[in-house]
Ligand binder design. Structure first.
Ligand SMILES: [Mg+2]
Length: 361
């Protein structure tokens, strides 16, 4: 079936509470939604979530890429030729990973609709459940502790803490939350590149001495400080996860060769799409490196396919897909983000999804 056109729509979605990390404070997001139209009227949907500090893309640059080179790459292409279409997309658009991820997920959405199956089914997964985490914004220690207690009461077993602006305060933040952690609840610490390797080693070793229940430490050092990341990985017992250091599968391959990390955080917006994400999970699996599926501040339009891939791939052992839970509005998709779990619905049981005039209702 011929791909007739691509359309974009910018959408501002307010958050229901501010999201604060060591590099930014966000109160609303602006996503770029993409529709891929086939000649029989099928509409595939995707979305890009700009994160200028990570991928160098803005809503305007994403729109320009989709309406320019990405549309040129796919106009007149056959939707069945999925690999060829993704190859063309990559060839026409160097970098611009979020724009490519959005277009690819829309192309794949149209592709699976034509096969009358869900993305999860096409990937060979079955309806199942993943334990989701909840992120605690970087605030004063007492406030973070209160927030942690609230999420613990809601049943979350994994709490992801944002730290990285001030080592002394980071220590107080982690200590204060550790005080209220019940048995079986673990911390995921994301420094968002906030520490030097020397700082990180001393800091993490101290947390280990105090037996703080850490599942992993994410991106302790600058994205391009691979030598520092390796040093931290070698010097601590706690698993070290690469996030901003690992964008594409080529990054993943080199990080693995360097023995620079113990885990990898895969995000569609960093790697450029579902097919590349699958490859990262594959090569990491060969090296015994478990992966987590994460996201930027994204709506269900892009978090849902990320969750389906996570549920289907055997080496994606963790998810960090709480982003839709921060948004004031979300689209109904084949994945439920309710409570502390992510559930992929059996298509027969999920809410009916109808396409009317190109809009998902
Ligand atoms: Mg991160």
């Amino acid at each position: 079936m011929e791909i007739v056109s691509l359309e974009t729509k910018r959408k501002i979605i307010p958050l229901d509470r501010p999201f604060v990390t060591s590099v930014r404070k966000v109160t609303s997001i602006e996503n770029v939604e993409v529709s891929v139209m086939l000649e029989d009227g099928t509409v595939g949907k995707g979305a890009a979530a700009p994160a200028l500090a990570v991928t160098g893309e803005s809503p305007s640059s994403i729109e320009a890429v989709i309406n320019g080179p990405a549309s040129e790459a796919l106009a007149g292409a056959q939707s069945e030729a999925l690999q060829e279409n993704v190859r063309r997309l990559k060839q026409n658009c160097y970098g611009n990973s979020s724009a490519k991820a959005a277009v690819e997920m829309a192309v794949i959405d149209a592709f699976v609709q034509q096969r009358r199956c869900s993305l999860l089914q096409w990937l060979g997964g079955t309806p199942s459940v993943f334990e989701n985490d909840m992120t605690i914004s970087m605030e004063e220690p007492a406030q973070m502790k209160n927030t942690a207690e609230q999420y613990i009461n809601e049943g979350f077993r994994y709490l992801k803490m944002k730290v990285g602006d001030d080592l002394k305060k980071d220590y107080q933040r982690i200590r204060s939350i550790a005080e209220v952690l019940p048995q079986g609840v673990m911390l995921r610490i994301d420094a968002n590149q906030g520490w030097t390797s020397k700082e990180a080693i001393v800091f993490i070793q101290q947390l280990e001495k105090e037996k703080i229940p850490l599942q992993f430490i994410e991106q302790p050092v600058a994205a391009d400080d691979w030598a520092g990341l390796k040093k931290v990985t070698e010097s601590t017992r706690t698993p070290i996860m690469a996030d901003e250091s690992c964008k594409t599968y080529k990054d993943a391959r080199r990080l693995i060769e360097w023995h620079a990390c113990d885990m990898i955080n895969i995000k569609l917006m960093k790697c450029g799409g579902l097919l590349e994400a699958w490859k990262i999970a594959d090569i990491a699996e060969a090296a015994g490196i478990p992966c987590m599926m994460g996201s930027m501040m994204e709506s269900t339009i892009s978090a849902s396919p990320a969750a389906e891939l996570a549920l289907a791939h055997p080496n994606i052992k963790m998810v960090d897909l709480d982003a839709p839970k921060w948004l004031q509005e979300n689209t109904v998709t084949a994945v439920s983000f309710e409570g502390h779990q992510i559930k992929a619905m059996n298509p027969a049981q999920s809410a009916p999804i109808k396409y009317e005039g190109g809009e998902l209702r």
